[in-house]
Design a protein around this ligand. Structure first.
Ligand code: SF4
Ligand code: SF4
Length: 97
């Protein structure tokens, strides 16, 4: 299943949990800090040197583990999106056509 993530880099505190939990190595920590002084996570497009596998499956593990609710996951041609809520469970959201 193809997936894509969107990270709110201003909300992110750079804890790295999403980097560790991603089974496909789709996420790295940025070299550039955000306005709060944190180095945020960023998604990696396929084929980036040094990152052998960046094929996001849309598993939503990153969004579920993120303590700052900074990651949205889109999958199945962006028809549905999963975003973690404060209880750590994904919300399923239908995108408008
Ligand atoms: S949805 Fe899954 S595969 Fe995609 S970036 Fe998040 S943890 Fe990695
Ligand atoms: S888990 Fe959330 S807060 Fe931590 S680095 Fe990833 S996006 Fe940022």
């Amino acid at each position: 299943m193809a997936g894509k993530i969107v990270i709110d880099t201003e909300r992110c505190k750079g804890c790295g949990l999403c980097v560790v939990v991603c089974p496909k190595n789709c996420i790295v920590i940025s070299r550039h800090s955000n306005k709060n002084g944190y180095f945020p996570a960023q998604s990696v497009p396929s084929g980036v040197e040094g990152v052998p596998n960046s094929d996001c499956t849309g598993c939503a593990m990153c969004a579920i583990i993120c303590p700052d609710v900074a990651i949205e996951v889109f999958y199945e041609s962006k028809v549905e999106a999963a975003k973690s809520n404060k209880k750590g469970k994904p919300n399923l959201i239908k995108e408008k056509a």
